[in-house]
Design a protein around this ligand. Sequence first.
Ligand code: SF4
Length: 355
Amino acid sequence: MSTTHLRPEAPTQALSTAKLWRPRQVLVTPDAYEEAWGQQIIERVKAMDIPVKRLSQNRITGLKGKDDQESYAIAKNTLAIVNTPAGQLKLTPIPPSADWQFHIAQGCPAHCQYCYLAGSLSGAPVVRVYGNLPEILANLSNYEKAGRDTTYEASCYTDPLGIEHLTGSLAECIRYFGTRESAYLRWVTKFDNVDQLLDLPHNGHTRCRFSVNADPVSHYMEGGTATVEQRLQAMRKLALKGYPVGLVVAPIMAIANWQEHYDDLFRQISQAIDFECDLTFELITHRFTPKSKEVLKSWYPKSKLDLAEEGRSQKRNKFGGVKYVYPRDTMAELKDFIQTQITTHFPFAAILYWT
Ligand code: SF4
């Protein structure tokens, strides 16, 4: 049950919403074309006057430009309607965020210069949305365990709200989880077009999280997304409709004057969310791997994002892979500062993890 306590003197601010993504081309594979959900996506796209091309095979080709930059631009402007790769129907755990991750799409229309997908996905960053959603949802119950709650994360490979106007898939997921007894959906976004979600029968089984950051990061490094204020107002609307909500502060960066900038961020959050609600925080510091650095350098060659190994500590995973994180002292300072901000402004909220 939601713990929302309204303060009547604080109405939702009227704020314009961010521009919705409009792909330049939409490609459909023969398999996805046969799916009723794929057809539903095609109808949405056609209603936006975007031409749809049915491919002759189940592979996406023809996205190569004359250099990395052009290939990136072509892919990022392409929506492909495909069926989920069979391997993705075998779910994998995703600690600490949730028990399992599942995918309704792969790729994202935004242009964050630190994008997480750079390290986790390979190939052209085309936005693939899945036409066989009913099959994806039907598969989830295989992972539920009797007598305990099971959580599912839907945003590991995409920003599901950034493409929702083209797919309707996030709403369908929310409706599905609303019917489950002990299964819970989690998703996270940097967009704000939530109006179609407000009146869904969510039954408190979906936690809607918004990724936020200090202004120098969100303003200069998160191209194509909603502003932080727009995201906060969207979260406010969802919380007022009884959805559990969350803020993912990520990636936390030790930029110049970071204390001042994160102090401003938490003041801004407390103005937008000025009532008690079911609110969680997830705190993720900036990190990169040799692979993500290489990909990001090719996508965003002019970025000012700090990817210097010298200022970082190395962390190895059990397979020997390296990632670069902030040194222990910096980490401790950031953690102490941000956690104090949360306990001061939001004593009712839960901090789920720091990493
Ligand atoms: S919103 Fe997330 S997935 Fe999309 S570009 Fe930004 S970091 Fe990448």
